[in-house]
Every structure is written in structure tokens, then in C-alpha cells.
Design a protein around this ligand. Structure first.
Ligand code: RB5
Length: 146
């Protein structure tokens, strides 16, 4: 594990249980910042996806993990912020390749889609896999120009 990675977490009401459980696990080995939501009342996922995405884009944190019901809404929202490459994953292979080839900096998870242990595995692989660079760097540069 890379203890130097600082992770920003966020969620809406649909992802709050998953976010809180993941923070409990990952706070032992990573520096964590929680951007909310903090209560289970219904709220709007773009608010928290934007907070986490801006924190990643500005360098306040290194990576973001955002949870909502499906993972989809927060991924759409996060990808609107320049410099963000967010991926929604429900299995570990996509999480791994999103790091190797796409240098993703935000991981989105759906609390209503996957269980906690799978989410934990996906996070571990995503946090521990480095970007391959090489031929993939040019493509990421192209994304950054868009
Ligand atoms: C909230 O009900 C739900 O729509 C939200 O958490 C997320 O799944 C949206 O993509």
C-alpha cells in the first residue's frame, strides 16, 4: 500500500453507508479527508462529487473515492471537472486497468450495486496500481486537452 496517497471521500445519501465503512477501513493506512455528505437525509450527488473532484484537481488530495446509489451520477459529475478522470467500477479488473491505462484519479462506487467486501477489494487494487505511462501518456494528455 502507498501510505503517501491522500484520499478524499464523498457520497450522497445513497452511498453514505459504503463511504463511512470504507473510511473506517482505509483511515488506518491512508490519510483521509471526508467531503460529506455526513447525514442520511436525501441530498444531491453533484454537490459532493464536485467537492471531491475539485479537491483532486487542485491537489488538495491525490485521489478521490465517491459513492452514490449506483456510482453513475457521481462519475458523470466528477468527469465534468477539468483534470478529472473518474471511473465507475463494479469489479476489480476495470479498476486495475483504469489505473494502468487511463491514470484515473477518481473511483466511483455504487452502494446499491456491490457489496462492501467487493468495494474494498476494488479500492485496494485501484489504490495500489500505478499508471503505466508510455504509450498511454499521450492519450491521457489528449484527454487533458479536451
Ligand atoms: C439517489 O437516489 C440516487 O439516484 C443516486 O445515489 C445515484 O445512484 C445517482 O446516480
Amino acid at each position: 500500500m502507498n501510505k503517501n496517497i491522500k484520499i478524499g471521500f464523498g457520497c450522497d445519501h445513497g452511498g453514505i453507508n459504503l463511504k463511512n465503512k470504507l473510511i473506517e477501513v482505509f483511515k488506518t493506512n491512508y490519510e483521509i479527508k471526508d467531503y460529506g455528505t455526513y447525514t442520511p437525509e436525501s441530498t444531491d450527488y453533484p454537490i459532493y462529487a464536485k467537492k471531491v473532484a475539485l479537491a483532486v484537481a487542485s491537489g488538495e488530495v491525490d485521489r478521490g473515492i465517491i459513492c452514490c446509489g449506483s456510482g453513475i451520477g457521481v462519475s458523470i459529475a466528477a468527469n465534468k471537472i477539468k483534470g478529472i478522470r473518474a471511473v465507475v467500477c463494479s469489479e476489480a479488473t476495470s479498476a486495475k486497468y483504469s489505473r494502468l491505462h487511463n491514470d484515473t484519479n477518481v473511483l466511483c462506487l455504487g452502494e446499491r450495486i456491490i457489496g462492501f467486501l467487493l468495494a474494498q477489494d476494488i479500492c485496494n487494487i485501484w489504490l495500489e496500481t500505478d499508471f503505466e505511462g508510455g504509450r498511454h501518456q499521450k492519450r491521457v494528455d489528449m484527454l487533458n486537452q479536451m
